[in-house]
Ligand binder design. Structure first.
Ligand code: ARG
Length: 470
């Protein structure tokens, strides 16, 4: 008779079960229980494959399927009792199935938790990546709506946080759209990278049993654009590989950095010193002491969360850097940072969409800031260039014009023409036309520039790109 089992799955060679302290130390079900739906999908596909190749009967397969479906319902209803003694999501579900269905004892045929957890996570990454793309698109639409409602608004663009040149507000917002678009592309690549089925790799060296990896892969949707199954190509790499974890965390960290930079713009813009925007009350908080305060806390937290997202990326890189081939238990620590990055990035995207969706543009303050004629000093240098002056010389001459205006405490376009002509003979009576803002903007015609023609192009490009696909 077999000796009394100390533990459901691997207890056979052990005289005693793990210490209570060890159980608490090694359990992962407290966080990996959220893989349940993916784990069950993987098990169903695996059972279907086992029946297909004749390793279990169709009857056994159906019993396993029914049992797993019932367990999923229990989990979704919050009635399933997770047991830390059973370590992880995989053993909890298998144990529950065993209690319902005798055939459950055959489910783990030709499978290890190593290829099982790799499969669960790849399914999870495909899901998480597409959720984030969808949410980022929604945030982009909120930004596009602000741009569309403020098409005519001009603001100074800044370098070194000093006023540099005028741009349409929409051009600035479109810069943010570009950043978020690259983030979407990164998450789309994560989905692609995850799209290879690990099942069949076993613990490290596959199995001696005649399984059909392609069959399982197809059932789980690990297929290319033509519907052809995609299975991983090296059993050792498959159970050791955590690249897509790092890539996902990196995509989250990069998105976090983008939100942080955008949030910084919004924090500045909402300050009394700028007053370009009024952030929605719903995403601001007050001070417990100073009654007048309205603080941009949502934006500050967006800035702060980026640190956490970078931390998670660092955790994963550090976790994997010294590991020998192949699976090592260290790898169980890959999930908390990944789930945290996902949860926090989802929150960031939603809060960002809410914040920009509810903000009001203060057109008066924008117009006042952009009216500063010195923002067109570069245009004045271009004016000289058009009259044959080499740019370096033109730059120098306009510098002198700026200096003269500062010395006389007048705005650059209030200097008498006679004075300006003295600084360079190429100046003509038409030099003041340079300071017509609309004219200045319309001269910025090339692709990527902030002129009105390009703006129209960008509006249709973004409308097209962000059109809700039914
Ligand atoms: N809970 C484990 C993890 O997340 C599952 C794989 C366990 N494999 C093992 N050989 N102990 O990594």
């Amino acid at each position: 008779m077999a000796k009394k089992q100390t533990q459901v799955t691997w207890g056979g060679r052990f005289a005693t079960g793990p210490a209570e302290l060890m159980q608490r130390f090694s359990e992962s079900v407290s966080f990996d229980h959220r893989l349940a739906a993916f784990d069950i999908a993987g098990s169903k596909a695996h059972a279907a494959m086992l029946a297909q190749v004749g390793l279990i009967t169709k009857r056994e397969r159906d019993a396993i399927h029914r049992g797993l479906a019932a367990i999923l319902l229990e989990i979704e209803a919050g009635k399933f009792k997770w047991d830390a003694k059973l370590e992880d999501v995989h053993m909890n579900i298998e144990h529950a199935l065993t209690k319902r269905v005798p055939a459950a004892a055959k489910l783990h045929t030709a499978r290890s938790r190593n290829d099982q957890v790799a499969t669960d996570m790849r399914l999870w990454f495909k899901h998480a990546g597409s959720v984030l793309v969808t949410k980022l698109r929604t945030a982009q639409r909120a930004l596009l709506a602000v741009a569309a409602a403020n098409r005519e608004v001009l603001v100074p663009g800044y370098t070194h946080l000093q006023r540099a040149q005028p741009v349409y507000l929409a051009h600035h917002l479109f810069a943010w759209l570009e950043m978020l678009d690259r983030d979407c592309a990164r998450f789309e690549r994560v989905v692609q990278q995850a799209n290879w089925c690990p099942l069949g790799s076993g613990a490290i060296a596959g199995t001696t049993l005649p399984i059909d990896r392609e069959f399982t892969a197809k059932l789980l949707g690990f297929v290319d654009a033509k519907g052809r199954p995609q299975v991983t190509q090296n059993s050792m790499d498959t159970v050791a590989d955590r690249d897509v974890f790092v890539e996902f965390a990196a995509a989250c960290a990069m998105t976090g950095v983008h939100f942080s930079r955008i949030a910084e713009d919004l924090i500045l813009w909402s300050s009394t010193e700028f007053k370009f925007v009024d952030l929605p009350d719903a995403f601001c908080t007050g001070s417990s002491l100073m009654p007048q305060k309205k603080n941009p806390d949502a934006c500050e937290l967006l800035r702060g969360k980026s640190a956490r997202l970078q931390g998670n990326l660092t955790t994963l890189l550090t976790l994997t850097k010294g590991l020998p081939m192949t699976y090592n238990r260290d790898l169980q620590e890959d999930k908390p940072p990944i789930f945290d990055s996902y949860d926090q990035t989802v929150l960031c995207v939603e809060v960002f969409a809410g914040t920009v969706g509810g903000m009001a543009i203060n057109t008066g303050a924008c117009a006042a800031a952009v009216a500063d004629p010195v923002l067109l000093a570069t245009d004045l240098a271009d004016y000289l260039v058009e009259r044959g002056v080499p740019f370096r010389e033109a730059h120098h001459v306009v510098g002198a014009v700026v200096q003269l205006a500062e010395k006389n405490s007048v705005q650059i376009n209030h200097l008498p023409t006679e004075e300006v002509v003295k600084l360079h003979s190429a100046f003509g009576p038409d030099w003041l036309e340079v300071f017509d803002l609309q004219r200045a903007m319309s001269k910025r015609r090339g692709t990527g520039m902030p002129g009105p023609t390009q703006l129209r192009r960008q509006f249709s490009r973004w409308n097209q790109r962000l059109r809700e696909r039914a």
